[in-house]
Ligand binder design. Structure first.
Ligand SMILES: Cc1cc2nc3c(=O)[nH]c(=O)nc-3n(C[C@H](O)[C@H](O)[C@H](O)COP(=O)(O)OP(=O)(O)OC[C@H]3O[C@@H](n4cnc5c(N)ncnc54)[C@H](O)[C@@H]3O)c2cc1C
Length: 493
């Protein structure tokens, strides 16, 4: 198979597709509108501090390793990982601190010591989470969801005929309440819904596979931070011969009826045999096809985007915090927090605050005596809110909460502050309404409704990325690139 392929977007998904397509003998050009690759997985450097701007945690590391192996590349030559012994430190409003240790026995012991739940209930819960993973991963994550062959095996049919076994009829919160009696433990496990921008009070409990992915399969940070994943993928792609064109905004996907002809970039039309859109699906339909009205795009536009985020990047000086790499400061009322995000469409008035300090693990990410704080709260997708006001509200409440919990005045230690909001995310990456993970999974049918990796309308258009199957987050978008490439191989070999 030697085809001329254009890839739109140098996010993690576009890079994943580029590496696989060049490895299978194609001529690949990747167009990135920005000056760097990475999309949401980017970095910010300022006054001696370095920040990962988006993702802060890697799960399912084996997906990345398999991508390197597929290109006959030794992962260790490009990137080395630190496995985290403490996954996260959870701070509760009443002063309780729960350490989520990677070691299962230790974590279960911590839960028994700090809550009214038993250690055994954690083990039982993680077995349940593994069971859902074992039943669903192959079907929902690793293969195209639109190919009849995906469903033509006993295991897939068994899963689909028995949705009860994958807990599709309860919400995450309902399932978690059935395992634990302490609200602290329930809140801790409900939080995993936010890993794909969903609401634990609405999303199906099938998403309870996420605790297994993090707690049992492991959570990692590259030795040089998350952005080094972007750098490694970019280097591998270029070493293999992918032509990466920076500052190249794809303005249109040209087509004649149902056949894509190529792309128009910076005013110039170029012909390609195949186009892979690593750009957001809604953005692609609306902007690159002049609001093309086909069944697929009409259906997609009706779906609810996932949540977004407000992130502050603080250069913290003269302070060594008692925090870990990943930290949570929980809200008092989790239900009210998600009502704010998904119903009121405003930032939470009492948010759960996530603080990621890569300098606790990554040497050189902050100057001597300082720390690089990535401070994030979940937010609604952008819908005309007054973001200046929302930022002000978040900043005030976050500083108050952190200062109270740590017994300091954090304000005094902030040397500078930069901010990321949903409209900025949209402007930087063309993510529809600034959502982080494509469409939300609050609906039980989300997995079935998400855009497939092959266009149902155009003969030679494929999709990868967080808004296409199998969804958002680093491992899944890496897989989306793989599935798109598998389909292309199948169609053209
Ligand atoms: C604050 C934040 C925290 C997150 N935390 C985590 C986490 O801890 N763990 C995790 O796994 N995931 C996390 N995520 C999600 C993760 O970052 C994304 O799912 C993933 O990076 C998306 O990759 P992508 O390639 O699909 O899209 P993007 O990263 O959005 O990349 C799309 C690329 O396409 C380019 N592009 C778009 N349109 C065009 C065009 N017309 N022409 C040329 N180029 C174009 C954009 O510039 C961009 O570079 C987080 C995201 C954010 C923002």
């Amino acid at each position: 198979m030697k085809k001329k392929v254009a890839i739109i977007g140098g996010g993690i998904a576009g890079l994943s597709a580029a590496i696989r397509l060049i490895s299978s003998g194609n001529k690949v050009t990747l167009f990135e509108k920005n000056t760097t690759t990475g999309g949401k997985a980017n970095e910010l450097r300022k006054e001696g501090f370095r920040f990962d701007t988006g993702p802060s945690l890697l799960t399912m590391k084996f997906v990345l390793e398999e991508l390197f192996e597929s290109a006959r590349i030794n992962t260790d030559d490009y990137i080395k990982f630190t496995s985290l012994s403490t996954l996260c430190k959870y701070h509760y409003p009443d002063g309780t601190l729960i350490n989520a240790y990677a070691d299962r026995e230790k974590f279960a012991g911590e839960i028994e010591a700090k809550t009214s739940d038993k250690a055994e209930s954690i083990k039982k819960y993680l077995r349940y989470s593994k069971r859902i993973y074992d039943l669903t991963a192959e079907l929902f994550l690793y293969k195209s969801f639109k190919e009849p062959s995906t469903f033509m095996n006993l295991r897939a049919l068994k899963t689909l005929l028995n949705l009860r076994s994958i807990d599709a009829f309860r919400t995450i919160n309902e399932a978690n309440q059935s395992f634990f009696r302490d609200t602290k433990t329930i809140q801790l496990f409900n939080r995993y819904a936010t890993y794909n921008g969903s609401n634990p009070f609405e999303a199906p409990a099938t998403l309870n596979i996420i605790p297994h992915v993090e707690c049992s399969l492991g959570a990692y940070l590259p030795e040089k931070g998350i952005y080094s994943i972007t750098e490694a993928l970019t280097k591998v792609a270029e070493d293999l011969g992918v032509s990466i064109q920076y500052n190249c905004n794809v303005e249109k996907i040209t087509h004649k009826e149902k056949v894509v002809k190529g792309v128009r970039v910076n005013g110039i039309e170029e012909k390609y045999d195949i186009v892979v859109a690593g750009s957001d699906v809604n953005y692609t339909y609306i902007n690159l096809f002049d609001n093309l009205e086909i069944k697929e795009s009409r259906k997609y536009k009706k779906l609810t985007p996932s949540s977004s985020a407000v992130v502050f990047y603080w250069g913290v000086k003269n302070y060594t915090s008692p925090l870990s790499t990943h930290n949570i400061f929980f809200s008092d009322n989790y239900k009210a927090e998600f009502d704010d995000i998904f119903k009121e469409k405003r930032t939470p008035r009492d948010p759960t605050v996530y603080v990621y300090i890569s300098s606790k693990t990554v040497q050189g990410d902050a100057p001597e005596g300082g720390e690089n704080w990535f401070v994030m709260t979940n937010a609604p997708y952008s819908e005309g809110q007054d973001w200046l006001n929302e930022i002000k509200i978040q900043e005030e409440v976050i500083k108050k909460k952190i200062s109270k919990t740590l017994g300091i005045n954090i304000e005094q230690h902030i040397r500078f502050s930069e901010v990321l909001t949903p409209p900025i995310i949209e402007a930087q990456t063309n993510s529809h309404l600034g959502s982080l993970y494509g469409i939300s999974s609050n609906n039980r049918n989300a997995a079935f409704l998400r855009q497939g990796n092959r266009s149902g309308y155009f003969k030679n258009l494929y999709f990868c990325g967080g808004s296409a199957h199998p969804g958002g987050g680093i491992p899944l978008v890496l897989l989306s690139g793989k599935i798109a490439c598998d389909l292309i191989r199948k169609d053209y070999d």
